[in-house]
Design a protein around this ligand. Sequence first.
Ligand code: AKG
Ligand code: FE2
Length: 287
Amino acid sequence: MKDLELPQYLFDVNGYLVIEDALSSEEVAVLNRLIDEQNLPPPEVSPRFGSAPTLGSSLLAAEDVPESKMKGDRMAPVGSGFLDWGKPFCDLLDHPAVMPVLRFRLGDAFRLDRLYGMYMRKGMSYGALHADYGATSKQSKVEPGEYYAFRSNQIYDGFIVVAWALSDAGGELGGFCCIPGSHKSNYRLPRQIDENFEQSPHVVIPEMPAGSVVLFTEALTHGTASWHAEHDRRALLYKYCVSHMAWTSKRVEMPSSVELTPRQQILFREPGDPLRHFASLFEEAVV
Ligand SMILES: O=C(O)CCC(=O)C(=O)O
Ligand SMILES: [Fe+2]
């Protein structure tokens, strides 16, 4: 636990943590090649790729959903997104670089809630600053356990995003941006920052060389800074939450083309009380 002292402190203080060199350049190249093979539409058409669960119920009529994709809820298409594109995408699910950090944020029992890839081309911008379950959340009455909280010397945090950089990003290039420490803010985001966030000195765009990974709490005020690089942005986002929580009623499905490890399979379980109705992801913990 000693070697986690610094990252734990920094993650708590800032609301995000960048780990560089989490992937080797070979691993990054393999993931990029597998994405290339998908012949995706250009980012201008769709800046997200490989999402799961796939579509919201309002976007898809029940009769359009293949029978194989139905899970009780006829209006709940699911799918595995980019996990079905190869084992290297599944290896990231419980990668050793991120599991200890997720553990001290989410405990021993957490689930994979959503995933998607993001890509951007020079000149593209995307969305506004936002904070799910933070002070700037549009849902003004966040529930206890969802809002970033620290009590009894323990972090109680609902959602963590793990975003893997598959191309150099950050700083002048653009990409993920945030207001450090804003997950603990109690006031709404001032309009001066919100309206012109890319120019704000309070918004940082962390350096993310290809192969690095950023973990951030959804309660952090964050967003996407315009992309200025000649190369495309490529990032893979895996969103995890404590086992008794879920963002939607839809679920990420286990991939059909890749065999998952027993630990990876736990991430796909239905929500349940940690360690009572949802198994530990860490062998040494009591189930
Ligand atoms: O990486 C980014 O551009 C931000 C993505 C984002 O806002 C999110 O995953 O919640
Ligand atoms: Fe976000």
